[in-house]
Structure formats: C-alpha cells, structure tokens
Design a protein around this ligand. Structure first.
Ligand code: G1P
Length: 295
C-alpha cells in the first residue's frame, strides 16, 4: 500500500518585497482576500486533501502567522458573551489541534529548495506535500485533493502544472514532457526559470507538489541554481535522473498569482464575486466602472 500524504510544508519565509510597504509589518501570507488571509486558503485546501500535519518554514517578522493559528481566548469570550455564534464558528477554521502545526525558521534566504530542506527532520521517510500560499487556486474540488487522488494511482512525484503564455514562462519552473495522458504528463526533465527561447515547453509548475523523501536527500547535495538560490525544481529534476517518476498534473481550477499585485487584485474581485452577500454590490460597481473609463 502506498503511504498516505499527511504532512505539508508551507514555505512562508519570503520577505514579500513586492507588497512593500504593507509587508514591512504584515507577513504577506496574512494579507487578505475578502476577509481571510492567503494562508487560510492554503490550509483549507490542505485539510480537504487529508493533511494532518502542517509545517511552516518561516523567518524573522512572521509572528503574526503564529498568532493567527493560535486560540484567542479573550476574543472568543467576548463573542460568546455577545451571542455572536456565527463569528465564533468562523474563528474555528483558524484553530489547529495542538501539535498539528510546527514552525521552523529558515535562517538564511537561500531559496525554495533550501526552505523545504529545513523541514526534513519533520518529514522523515514519507511522501509529503509542498504548498506555496501565493498560488491561490479556486476549484470545485480543491487542487491538492485532485492531486492526492491522482497520486494514489501513480506514486512518484507530482507537481501541479498549467500552460502559461510564452512571455511569462521564464518566471516558472518548466516541464520537459515525455508523454501525456489526460490530466497527467510524464516528465523527463525540469528547468527553473529558463529563458523563453530555451524553455522545453509552455507547461509551468504551479505551487502544489507531492514529493517523495528522495527529493529531500537530493536537496542535501544541491548547489545553488537559478538566481543563486537552491531550487526545489533542480532537486525534483535530479529524481528523474535517479529513475524515479515525476508527473505534471493539469489541475482543474483557476489559479491566481497572489505574489503579484495584479493577480492579488484579480483574486480579490473573483473571490468577492463568489460570495453571495457581496456579489450584487460588487457586480454593479464593476459594471458602473466599466461604463466609465475614467473611474
Ligand atoms: C516558485 C518555484 C517555481 C514555480 C513557482 C510557482 O517560484 O521556484 O518553479 O513555477 O514558484 O508559483 P517563485 O514564484 O517563488 O519565484
């Protein structure tokens, strides 16, 4: 029997400089889409996929993240006193079972591969997920759940994949494809942020991974790659050289790049429109400004 994926790593050590000055004092992952921080969307998706242990790789200044997942007795008491049961219910999704969440510091900003490697002792010898909270995916069935189901059939390593425009491909890890079958793509190579002209395909890696522990061993020996950082992409590519399987998974859903301001705004509008209590107001506002180009 294949081991179940029950642990997920959330690399959240980045400084979020693209969102300065906000991120001077607020971790990027706490920035909100409508009324929930980015990280809550990732946690909900992980829970739906059966994840039981949540490992955050953090850095200095990310204290608000730890507080967010803590109980808030005073606030809860206050809400209870006022009979605000709905709000109390909302707060429940932010609470973690004691011992289910762990924080590890990445002491140096050496890249995504290094961040994942920092969690190696908590992973041990099991398959694990990696989720990048910047990539928010709206989907009928949450993306990681789709992947866990596909992984139950394939094993190996699996990365979420999506076609991107050629002019954007150099911002991503890119798949070199050997076979395609439905949503699954067998991968024969991977390159981190190639020049557009040298990209092996237009199929980009999106921030959801299911990885085997051999990738952590590869990270032990990894030297810095693209941008002078230790790249997760390179450690996964090395697994292919060692005859382990890597699959790209074309997920069903809409991905928002919330690491960019434009992506963040698009996600805000889209998640706002998805909320019944906001839909009508927001829609009529959007209609009014699309009629008035100067707004
Ligand atoms: C990271 C990964 C890259 C992947 C991307 C998805 O890059 O290194 O392979 O395609 O996430 O969002 P970053 O966006 O952190 O530079």
């Amino acid at each position: 029997m294949r081991k179940k994926v029950t642990k997920a790593i959330f690399p959240v050590a980045g400084m979020g400089t693209r969102f300065l000055p906000a991120t001077k004092s607020v971790p990027k992952e706490i920035m909100t889409l409508v009324d929930r921080p980015l990280v809550q969307y990732a946690i909900d998706e992980a829970r739906a996929a059966g994840i039981k242990e949540f490992i955050f790789v953090t850095s200095r200044g990310k204290g608000a993240l730890e507080d967010y997942f803590d109980h808030a007795p005073q606030l809860e008491q206050e809400l209870r006193k006022k009979g605000k049961t709905e709000l109390l219910e909302t707060l429940k999704s932010t609470n973690m079972e004691s011992g289910a969440i762990a924080y590890i510091r990445q002491h140096k900003a050496l890249g995504l591969g290094h961040a994942v490697w920092c969690a190696r002792r908590l992973i041990g010898n099991e398959p694990f997920a990696v989720m990048l909270p910047d990539d928010v995916i709206a989907a009928e069935k949450p993306c990681l759940q789709q992947m866990v189901e596909a992984y139950a059939e394939t094993g190996g390593n699996m990365v979420a994949a999506m076609e991107v425009a050629p002019e954007n491909i150099s911002s991503y890890g890119v798949l070199d494809i050997s076979e395609e079958e439905g949503q699954l793509v067998k991968v024969k190579g991977m390159v981190e942020k190639p020049e557009a002209a040298k990209a092996p395909s237009n199929l980009a890696v999106i921030g959801r991974y299911i990885l085997s522990p051999s990738v952590l061993q590869n990270l032990n020996q990894m030297k810095s790659g693209s941008g002078g950082e230790i790249q997760l992409t390179d450690a996964i590519a090395k697994d292919i050289e060692q005859d382990n399987n890597v699959y790209g998974f074309r997920f069903r859903g809409k991905r928002f790049d919330c690491g960019s301001k434009s992506g963040f705004l698009q996600a805000t509008v889209s998640f706002g429109l998805a909320r019944e209590e906001l839909r009508d107001d927001l829609r009529s506002y959007l209609r009014s400004i699309s009629l008035d180009e100067n707004a």
